[in-house]
Design a protein. Structure first.
Length: 400
């Protein structure tokens, strides 16, 4: 039986996710990728295709299975639609549930009340049939039900993922303002980086970008170290799931390092190394404690710099939590810019930041800027092509 799925992702990564899903679909005869919409990608396939996407997608936030879709005028219409669904075919009364609702241009006044109506409908359905109702668990539910409202239509989804997919199961600890794993993976794809190319993150923090890249090099799927909600479904096909995981083919370990990281904080370097170990990385990823302004190319071959520069309290000295001033930030980025111009000719530099004035602080002219959202925070991925002597934003002034 074919099902419709919606795979949400960080806004700005829809095209990257569609491309990735197309690659995953090459492993399946039934998985089809459909249209992109703001915030995600629609696809369809067998139930086992959701296993495949959950295991292999680095960019999707979840894999949502569509249960019902209809027009509505009020909350009672939504209650009736939720009540009519055969939830008992998917999970039992002993599973805990959580309901979440999002909306775009919905005329309904309260999403909380709508969420309550869906929860009531599911519980009433079970009570009518089994004289029992499932319990609600908002922190670690067995089953997540997701509702989406637009101006006229309502869609009900059952989440096949469970915990959000950016939670890979390897992260031991994080620094301040860690980058989510699926956003880091999306930035790697948008930058054009591929395994075998040189990658350097000079402000690596807890190592999210490095770990995502290293798992790609190793051929470790992002979902290899975690559990999923679909494993609790009534018709979970364990044999098929084991077969899908059995098809994982690790890549040969590289003999020469191509992924490099550094950070101002020794604690962050330790954290990154621990996270890489937990992520199953069994090859060398050289890490160095050094200020970003002082770095040198870690490879004779020019490659890609991809980093999420610090901002706010993250700009300090040796990990100090000194609150930065504009003057500190300007001095930091001016020095970092000089390092890039003097030492990294031939490199492509990608800086991901919520500070839209970053090129001005660097005194560099970006060759491209791609809009993204990190949660609700509007960000840009700035690309700078480092060609020696020609990167200054300002024109050389004519001599008097």
């Amino acid at each position: 039986m074919s099902h419709s799925y919606f795979c949400p992702c960080p806004r700005g990564l829809e095209a990257a996710l569609a491309e990735e899903l197309g690659e995953i679909a090459q492993q399946s005869k039934t998985l089809k990728v459909h249209n992109q919409v703001p915030g995600g990608v629609h696809c369809s396939g067998e139930l086992t295709d959701s296993y495949l996407v959950n295991l292999h997608s680095r960019i999707a936030s979840r894999v949502l299975l569509r249960i019902a879709h209809a027009s509505y005028t009020n909350e009672n219409d939504i209650y009736d639609l939720a009540l009519a669904q055969e939830w008992e075919d998917w999970f039992s009364v002993h599973h805990t549930i959580r309901v979440d609702v999002t909306a775009v241009k919905s005329p309904l006044k309260s999403l909380e009340f709508t969420t309550l109506k869906i929860k009531d409908a599911i519980c009433d359905r079970f009570r009518d049939q089994f004289s029992e109702r499932p319990s609600v668990d908002t922190k670690a539910p067995d089953m997540r039900i997701v509702g989406f409202l637009d101006a006229r239509n309502f869609t009900l989804y059952l989440d096949t993922s469970g915990e959000a997919l950016f939670k890979r199961g390897w992260r031991l600890e994080t620094g301040d303002a860690p980058l989510r794993e699926n956003l880091a993976a999306g930035l790697l794809r948008v930058s054009g980086w591929k395994p075998g190319m040189v990658l350097f993150d000079p402000m690596c923090g807890s190592g999210t970008i490095l770990a995502e890249a290293a798992q790609m090099v190793a051929g470790i799927p992002p979902g290899a170290r975690r559990a999923f909600a679909f494993e609790k479904f009534h018709d979970f096909n364990q044999a098929q799931w084991l077969a899908i995981k059995g098809n994982i083919k690790p890549n040969p370990l590289p003999t020469v390092p191509t992924i490099f990281g550094s950070d101002i904080s020794g604690d962050m370097i330790v954290m990154t190394r621990n996270n890489l170990n937990k992520a199953g990385i069994q090859f060398e990823v050289p890490l160095k404690q050094i200020e970003a302004q002082e770095v040198k190319p870690p490879s004779d071959t020019p490659g890609i710099i991809l980093t999420n520069p610090p901002y706010g309290e993250r700009i300090g000295v040796r990990g100090d939590s000194t609150i930065e001033t504009d003057e500190q930030a300007n001095a930091f980025f001016a020095a970092f810019s000089t390092t890039l111009k003097q030492r990294f000719a031939g490199w492509k530099v990608f800086l991901f930041s919520a500070d839209l004035g970053l090129p001005k602080m660097l005194r560099l002219k970006e060759s491209r800027k791609t809009p993204f959202f990190n949660g609700a925070l509007e960000c840009r991925l700035f690309r700078f092509d480092m060609v020696a002597g020609f990167n200054r934003r300002e024109e050389a002034k004519p001599k008097a």
